[in-house]
Design a protein around this ligand. Structure first.
Ligand SMILES: [Zn+2]
Ligand SMILES: [Zn+2]
Length: 396
């Protein structure tokens, strides 16, 4: 297939975009600390002719661009995330992090650059009718920056009929787009369990209510939720990630307390509520069976990322038109990871898709100290956003 004209146009200034990407990579910032990043984004957007609004959701910002026929009143939002992770980089690249212990290990430097590339193209061409909102969000990594923007009036201040976002994917070949209708990333919840027993002498356990034994029963019982309570064609994960009780030196002491913590991943509210109900039941039942008080603190952190079918199909069709049908995976696997773009998708219809970039075979997986965004896929990502705009906000 011949290279699409949008991709060729973006290729002409790819060097500028790669320079931006490397600059962002060298200066990573953690959640809600993205001040240098948002300054850089604001400066580029303004220079290219977008209206810049900030702050939106603390360190977030929005660039607004109207088409050459801004009459329709139609609008859409395109989102990129800007934050980095607390990881010590080991890539050895010459634009490696200069902020020790902080690293763009999830490719958000690439996502920010891809969206800037789209803004530059669309600001120059304006072949659309309506308004595009370029949404640069902070704090995607576990801190809910998307939620902060929504709570700061994102969609009231910048109306969007639909929202789209992408994430790079090391397990999809470079330049291939993956998307699916329905749940695409899981809801991520965290829990903390406190077993309150009665401690005593390690030689006289009959005088105690031993929280270590109770915690052991709980660990085993909680494993039965996924295997026995979740329908086999549905999915869920219950992971106990930490266990703490007693003191390793106190070999003859039964402690008063034991603590467990972990995460639950689900794709639907029905399964999520079933897992929570079973957890409560097991915690209460084991507590009463062993005469201990067990507290369960359950926090819903990120909801599932759910694509609206019509919008997922639109993304796939746009990708096929841009890259050829053989470069589109229309039923890409859902993943148990989570993404706070879900908070935007709860407010507005839209879709979240994957931009293949390769790298798994070389160990460049997400959140690894060897990860690096693949600059070669910047034009594909930017062109996807541009073509979505020119399709959804088509001129009459
Ligand atoms: Zn990440
Ligand atoms: Zn990410």
């Amino acid at each position: 297939m011949k290279t699409h004209p949008i991709i060729s146009t973006i290729h002409a200034y790819l060097d500028d975009l790669v320079a931006i990407r490397h600059d962002l990579h060298a200066h990573p910032e953690l959640a809600f600390q993205e001040t240098r990043t948002s300054d850089l984004v604001a400066e580029k957007l303004a220079a290219w002719g977008c209206e810049v609004h900030r702050p939106v959701g603390r360190t977030g910002l929005v660039g607004v661009l109207k088409g050459d026929e801004g009459r329709s009143g139609r609008s859409l939002g395109l989102r990129a995330d800007m934050d980095a992770l607390p990881i010590m980089e080991t890539t050895g690249v010459d634009y490696a992090s200069t902020n020790e212990g902080v690293m763009h290990a999830c490719g958000h430097d690439g996502h920010t650059t891809v969206l800037l590339g789209a803004a530059r193209y669309l600001a120059r061409t304006r072949h659309f009718d309506g308004t595009v909102n370029f949404i640069f969000q902070p704090a995607e990594e576990g801190r809910g920056g998307a939620k902060a923007m929504v709570e700061d009036g994102l969609f009231e201040r910048f109306p969007c009929d639909a929202v789209y976002a992408l994430h790079n994917s090391p397990d999809i070949p470079p330049g291939v787009i993956g998307v699916r209708a329905g749940p695409t990333l899981a809801a991520a919840d965290f829990f903390d369990i406190h077993v309150q027993g009665h401690g005593g002498h390690g030689a006289h356990p009959y005088q105690t209510s031993d929280p270590v034994v109770i915690a052991g029963q709980l660990i085993t019982a909680l494993q039965s939720i996924v295997s026995r309570n979740v329908p086999p064609l549905e999915s869920a994960v219950v992971t106990i990630a930490a266990v703490k009780a007693g003191n390793l030196e106190g070999r003859n002491v039964i402690p008063n307390d034991a603590y467990l913590s972990g995460t639950v991943r689900t794709f639907t509210e029905a399964v999520q509520e079933r897992v929570i109900a079973r957890m409560r039941h097991l915690v209460d039942g084991i507590g009463s069976a062993f005469d201990a008080k067990i507290g369960l603190d359950y926090h819903k952190v990120y909801p599932a990322t759910v694509n609206v079918r019509a919008h997922a199909e639109l993304v796939a069709d746009v990708a096929a038109g841009l890259l050829g049908e053989d470069r589109v995976i229309r039923d890409v696997h859902p993943a148990m990871g989570a993404e706070d773009f879900s908070f935007m998708l709860r407010e507005r219809p839209g879709a979240y898709f994957r931009l293949g970039q390769g790298g798994v075979a070389e160990g460049r997986v997400l959140h690894s100290s060897k990860f690096d965004f693949n600059d070669a896929v910047i034009p594909t990502g930017s062109a996807m956003f541009c073509q979505l705009v020119e399709t959804v906000l088509k001129r009459a």
